[in-house]
Design a binder for this molecule. Structure first.
Ligand code: URA
Ligand code: CA
Length: 448
């Protein structure tokens, strides 16, 4: 077999066989196939696509390219959740403890923030002492004893994805559904959970801006998961404005804790409960979504979810007292409001710009190597549809680097639009994809 023949076959729009895909991925990872041939194949895939069988074969070839996590020592069905990433999306810090509090083990590997989106690891590391680099042994022991652990992805998990992603990033081949689906699912499959709930975001702060593309991505990922023998489903949720009100690491931890204390209502709480209920259902811990919603709401209202988060913080070396005393979390030196200069209604919010504003305050990174300021970020005071008067606070910026305030506040303003007419509100959950197919929800039939 020769790499050049495989590239040319895809260039002519033919489907690749499993043997060809395995040969290519193995050769690329072991260095016998150079970057320029891998780049050419990626471009051919972007131009001519991959059918669903090729996408499954690619995913499994990638998942098999390095270490795999073996969770078999932990009894019961282990469940994982993945969000395609967004702004103010702190759901993992809420759903994972709720699900674990309902008796289903969660062994989660999370990522860091990049660009305008945040990452769970960075948020957790704003808790003093919290360790995200547990060894595999410590990770599995933690899940065995308290039912929950969240760590960073180990270096040797899916090396094929790491190498391919670096090439995609510099060859204009990132936004292709088979390539995104195989990248995400190879990591989920190698992470070892039996059941997986995918939260595919759609809108201005999401990787997939169009709702249709989000359904296509969700469908591709569910097909891969099912063919790989996992119980998997996806929900498609709105990312046309930040999900919670806080954007930034310590700020999002505080908001998640307040949700778990049942002190905050709103979309972050709703989506978190909805995701947790779907995780219970996918892990067969309940027999209907309604039952799952009751179980997770009860775990939240009773404080058992909060307690589980506390157990995890303690187990991973963090200071559990942060739950009762937010002054133990890093705080910014300056808290500066940004006020409205017009009146009307918030007609739309560009979530990407809000994420970029947070990055400018110091909360995010533009390059993988950048340091972040755990205290920095912003708190939104308005959501789409809210009335605004001139002088109302739109958001407050939490900032240590005062010289960045001007640019950050400009970015924030450019992302918040005020019009005189009241806008039509979008549904929070746009649909779901299971092994049985696609279901779309409109505003009247919201599942939560
Ligand atoms: N996230 C991933 O892990 N991979 C992609 O290709 C895109 C988003
Ligand atoms: Ca993420």
């Amino acid at each position: 077999m020769r790499a050049v023949d495989i590239i040319s076959k895809k260039r002519h729009g033919e489907a690749l066989s499993r043997e060809e895909i395995n040969f290519f991925i193995e050769g690329f990872v072991n260095g016998s196939i150079p970057d320029y041939q891998a780049s050419a194949l990626l471009m051919a895939v972007c131009c001519n696509g991959m059918d669903s069988w090729e996408t499954v074969d690619l995913t499994l070839a990638m998942a098999n390219s390095g270490d795999k996590v073996d969770l078999s020592r932990i009894s019961g069905i282990k469940v994982d959740k993945h969000s395609t990433g967004g702004v103010g999306d702190t759901t993992t810090l809420i759903t994972a403890p709720l699900v674990a509090a309902c008796g289903v083990p969660v062994a989660k590997m999370s990522g860091r923030g990049l660009g305008h989106t945040g990452g769970t690891l960075d948020k957790l590391e704003s808790i003093p002492g919290f360790k995200t680099d547990l060894s595999m042994e410590e990770f599995i022991n933690a899940v065995e004893s308290i039912g929950l652990a969240v760590i960073g992805q180990s270096k040797d998990l899916v090396p094929a994805d790491k190498l391919l992603y670096e090439l995609r990033d510099v060859t204009g081949t990132v936004d292709n559904i088979p390539l995104i689906a195989s990248s995400i699912m190879s990591k989920k499959i190698a992470s070892g959970s039996d059941a997986i709930v995918l939260d595919v975001k759609a809108g201005s702060g999401a990787f997939m801006r169009s709702v249709n593309d989000s359904f296509l991505l969700a469908d591709a990922m569910v097909k891969i998961g099912v063919r790989a023998g996992r119980d998997v489903m996806a929900v498609i949720t709105d990312m046309d404005q930040p999900l919670g009100m806080a954007v930034g690491n310590a700020l999002e931890v505080k908001e998640a804790v307040e949700v778990l204390k049942n002190k905050r209502q709103g979309p972050l709480k709703h989506i978190s409960i909805y995701l947790a209920a779907n995780m219970l259902l996918t892990a067969k811990a309940c027999s209907s979504l309604d039952e799952g919603l009751i179980m997770t709401s009860e775990a939240l209202e009773s404080g058992r979810g909060l307690n589980k988060l506390g157990e995890m913080i303690q187990r991973q070396g963090g200071d559990r007292d942060v739950l009762d005393d937010f002054s133990l979390l890093p705080g910014a030196e300056h808290i500066i409001p940004v006020k409205a200069d017009a009146e009307g209604y918030i007609s739309s919010i560009d979530a990407e710009k809000i994420g970029l504003c947070s990055l400018l305050t110091g909360a995010g990174r533009s390059k993988k190597e950048d340091d972040i300021d755990h205290a920095a970020g912003l708190i939104m005071h308005k959501r789409v549809g809210d009335p605004v008067h001139e002088g109302d606070i739109l958001a407050e910026l939490h900032i240590n680097k005062l010289d960045m305030f001007e640019e950050a506040s400009q970015m924030l303003r450019s992302g918040i639009h005020i019009r005189s007419a009241r806008p039509k509100l979008k549904p929070l959950v746009m649909g779901m994809v299971t092994k049985h197919g696609i279901k779309r929800f409109d505003s009247e039939e919201q599942p939560i």
